[in-house]
Design a protein around this ligand. Structure first.
Ligand code: PRT
Ligand code: ZN
Length: 296
């Protein structure tokens, strides 16, 4: 693997649910990646960084060892790694709000679930044994955890274990296998992580620049620019309704005494309901515009 002292190294999943999300985030931060899908590394053309394409399970190791300064990984994989390796040299920089899923305990639909006490002395199949062990300890239950690397949902049918603990997003996989979720064990989303190992000064500066760009991407994601007109008496109600807006700019409208234009950055999603409320409060000529880039 190519390690260049003057460049940042970012580990992302090669193939899988996080692969496109990770590429997209780096692209939105202005990094132009070479396209090759089969390469193990890619040089960023317009930023001093190299991308390492790896299995998601290896990303925490790369970052903890300082081989990569940054990585993008599922919170579930990170938590399992954390519990397996004590205090790894990893810091979560930001949750990314994507690849949301939940590690859930599931039982066959035929089981009359009466609560976690039913698990006492039972077997539970999972790919996340440390997280499940921790959860069981929290419930004061002794059960044996069977590690499976995939196809966990088949465990009850194969008589490997009567219960499973697996990631769920829509619930379709559980349903297709005659299982139903009975308890939430761990909620997860993709996270950006960085090494807490010392990083040479030049790469440190590159890292700060990357983080500032990613911060801009994340704050812009749901942000919108809202413009509207309103009479002065409606301004207090309107500024209260604007979702997640900092102090709006209020400008007098030329030729319409007592009427103002309100400009605001809304940091949360703007729904039709919000626009209807603004209109009811006295706003007119409401415009909601996308924001392309934002730097605090
Ligand atoms: O090859 P590599 O080791 O890199 O990838 P992988 O196969 O281990 O991981 P991958 O690509 O499947 O998932 C990567 C990450 O995506 C996970 O670690 C989670 O953080 C996140 N994620 C989000 C999910 C899901 N949603 C998800 N639904 N990971 C897996 N699933 C699976 C789940 O295991 C089950 O088989 O999807 C099925 C359930 O989905 P539903 O929609 O039917 O409930
Ligand atoms: Zn994996």
């Amino acid at each position: 693997m190519l390690i260049d002292a003057d460049r940042l190294h970012i580990a992302i999943q090669k193939n899988g649910r996080l692969a496109d999300i990770s590429r997209e985030l780096l692209k939105d931060a202005g990094l132009r990646l070479q396209n090759g899908r089969n390469a193990l590394t890619a040089r960023v053309e317009n930023f001093a960084a190299d991308i390492m394409f790896v299995r998601d399970d290896d990303i925490p190791t790369f970052v903890a060892d300082g081989v990569c300064e940054f990585g993008i990984v599922g919170g579930n994989v990170l938590e399992e790694f954390r519990l397996s390796s004590g205090e790894p040299d990893i810091e979560v920089v930001a949750p990314l709000g994507v690849a949301r899923c939940s590690l859930k305990l599931a039982a066959p639909e035929t089981v009359d679930w009466s609560g976690p006490a039913m698990l006492e002395g039972q077997r539970i199949a999972t790919s996340y044994p440390k997280i499940v062990d921790g959860w069981l300890a929290g419930q004061g239950i002794r059960a044996s955890v069977v590690k499976m690397n995939g196809a966990v949902e088949l465990a009850p049918r194969l008589k490997i274990a009567p219960f499973i603990c697996d990631l769920v997003s829509t619930g379709a996989t559980l349903e297709a296998n005659g299982l139903r979720a009975v308890a939430d064990v761990f909620d997860s989303e993709a996270v950006l992580i960085r090494t807490t190992r010392p990083v040479p000064a030049q790469r440190q500066a590159l890292g700060e620049s990357l983080l500032s760009r990613i911060d801009g991407v994340l704050t812009t994601k749901d942000a919108k620019y809202i413009l509207l007109n309103a009479p002065s008496e409606a301004l207090p109600a309107i500024t209260r309704i604007l979702p997640g807006a900092d102090a709006p700019t209020i400008i007098p409208l030329h030729g319409r005494p007592g009427h103002f234009a309100v400009h605001a950055v809304a940091r949360e999603s703007v729904f039709w309901e919000t626009l209807e409320k603004l209109k009811e409060a006295g706003a007119s000529a409401i415009l909601v515009l996308p924001i392309e880039k934002m730097m605090p």
